[in-house]
Design a protein around this ligand. Structure first.
Ligand SMILES: NC(=O)c1ccc[n+]([C@@H]2O[C@H](COP(=O)([O-])OP(=O)(O)OC[C@H]3O[C@@H](n4cnc5c(N)ncnc54)[C@H](O)[C@@H]3O)[C@@H](O)[C@H]2O)c1
Ligand SMILES: O=C[C@H](O)CS(=O)(=O)O
Length: 465
């Protein structure tokens, strides 16, 4: 009997629940069940799948407060953010409930009178998902909804830190009539379950959201059986403040981008690049606003910044800040910590570092915490070079009211998601995803169902015989 997963409250360190770990045999059985269920689920008509997804969204909304509280307890994010995430999660279900009935094919004019050509799309099969702890509801529905809408069956391993939210959502899916074998969860150790997923002959697609190194492992291990892969990986978002920027907008949106989920999101601004002529005005406004943020337990309605998910994440953040200061960075706010290793909670106060340069680790390693390094630049072309100087390509932001500057930046920044005077560009209606080592594929929007479909065509010969 494997050791249960101990789910803790990152704000207090208290043990919330012990969760059963599935054995390898149980996981293999679940994979076979999902594979066998595909034959039936894929033949359920699209309008019925659509209705079931709408019912799933409605029952999640009915239990929104309960789910949000569970999310805050196991993830630590402020309750107001958890409530927002439940809405975000159901928006993906709502979107793909509609897309289920819009999986169109087409006909193609044949090369001769005696032929007819028909193109159609069909679900690829059993989809295996692995998700991170930072958005335990939305990262799951962003995969499950298009998969089910397309007619695929679905199995997921949530993060060991936050399994409770995902488990609850799947139980609600079963409550509305989505078959038990059409959507399943298993709990266990990432590498072990990952190998079972990639080694399984029943799995036709791996969809992963998490760190780039793990994504590379999954891609590599999927090669032997040529599994489809969607990878939503790490990021290191630049945020550029041009000389003509509206500084109030830039400050508000920088805070929105940086400090959501205590800076533990893949699209958080990780580097702020500011034109040297407005550096003082911008940093003065930003510092004042950041110092007004409240750090605390996510269940407290006053809290803006919750805890860091675990000691590993905390040590990484503290190390980056120390490295930057040792190499000459100036602290404008923060560099304060409330941590208790014995109790098991780790808070980092929102931190702003000025005079940062490319020698510092924070300029190349994803921070995943509430720390904002500020770099100055002279010309916008220099800002683009600094921004693009990363193996990542997920999100980037810029603030300008000059359409020539904005157009130049949009066209020259190599990132999949770009916010122009917008620090929160995500949504179910847009194709979310990254370039380079930030991933493969897109989730959300009309593009987001394509990774769950195979295209085939029929050529009818001798039609006029
Ligand atoms: N692009 C996106 O949409 C997105 C969203 C959220 C998080 N992320 C990225 O995820 C990272 C932080 O999340 P994290 O710490 O949970 O990431 P992580 O990669 O450590 O873990 C993510 C998931 O992968 C599992 N896992 C760990 N090692 C594995 C392995 N060898 N094989 C298979 N599965 C394995 C974990 O159990 C967890 O469920 C950051 O890099 C962040 O940028 C990206
Ligand atoms: O952390 C990753 C999430 O995908 C960020 S967002 O909530 O989708 O913007």
């Amino acid at each position: 009997m494997s050791t249960p997963i101990k789910v803790h409250n990152p704000a207090t360190g208290e043990l919330l629940k012990e969760v059963k770990v599935h054995s390898n045999e149980e996981i293999k059985q679940a994979l076979e069940k999902g594979h066998l269920a595909f034959k039936k689920w894929s033949k359920v008509n699209a309008h019925t799948r659509s209705k079931l997804l709408k019912d799933w969204s409605r029952i999640i909304q009915k239990h929104k407060e309960e789910i949000a509280k569970v999310m805050t307890l196991e993830n630590g994010k402020p309750l107001k953010e958890s409530i927002g995430e439940v809405d975000y999660a159901t928006s993906y279900i709502d979107w793909y409930a509609e897309e289920a009935t819009r999986i169109y094919g087409r006909t193609i004019p044949a090369s001769s009178e005696s032929k007819r050509i028909i193109v159609s799309r069909q679900p690829i099969g059993l989809v295996a998902a692995i998700t991170p702890w930072n958005f335990p509801a939305a990262m799951m529905t962003r995969k499950a909804a298009p998969a089910l809408a397309a007619g695929c069956t679905f199995i997921i391993k949530p993060a060991e830190e936050t399994p409770l939210t995902t488990m609850r959502l799947i139980k609600l899916a079963h409550e509305v009539g989505i078959p038990q074998d059409a959507i399943q969860y298993v709990n266990g150790n990432g590498p072990e379950v990952g190998s079972l997923f990639t080694d399984s002959e029943h799995v036709r697609k791996i969809t992963f959201t998490g760190s780039t190194p793990v994504g590379k492992t999954l891609i590599r291990n999927s090669a032997d059986s040529i599994k489809h892969v969607t990878m939503e990986l790490g990021g290191h978002a630049p945020l550029i403040v041009a000389e003509d920027a509206d500084l109030d907008v830039a400050v508000t949106q920088t805070i929105l981008s940086k400090f959501r989920n205590a800076g533990q999101t893949c699209v958080c601004a990780n580097r702020v690049l500011v034109n040297e002529n407005i550096m003082d005005a911008f940093t003065e406004k930003l510092t004042k606003a950041v110092k007004a943020l409240t750090v605390g337990n996510g269940l407290d309605s006053a809290t803006d910044i919750g805890p860091i998910i675990n000691e590993k994440g905390y040590r990484k953040i503290v190390g980056q800040v120390k490295d930057a200061i040792d190499k000459g960075a100036e602290v404008l706010a923060g560099n304060e910590y409330d941590a208790n290793e014995e109790q098991g909670y780790y808070f980092v106060h929102p931190t702003i570092l000025k005079n940062v340069d490319e020698r510092m680790t924070i300029m190349e390693e994803e921070t995943f915490g509430p720390v904002l390094p500020i770099v100055s630049f002279k010309e916008i072309t220099e800002a683009v070079d600094i921004a693009n100087n990363t193996p990542y390509g997920l999100a980037a932001y810029f603030f300008t009211n000059d359409y020539k500057v904005g157009t130049y930046l949009y066209e020259h920044l190599n990132f999949g998601i770009i916010g122009w005077n917008d620090g929160a560009p995500s949504g179910a209606h847009v194709p979310f995803g990254g370039m380079k080592e930030s991933g493969i594929g897109r989730e959300g929007g009309s593009e987001g169902i394509d990774p769950y479909l195979e295209t085939k065509y029929l050529s009818i010969g001798n039609y006029d015989q």
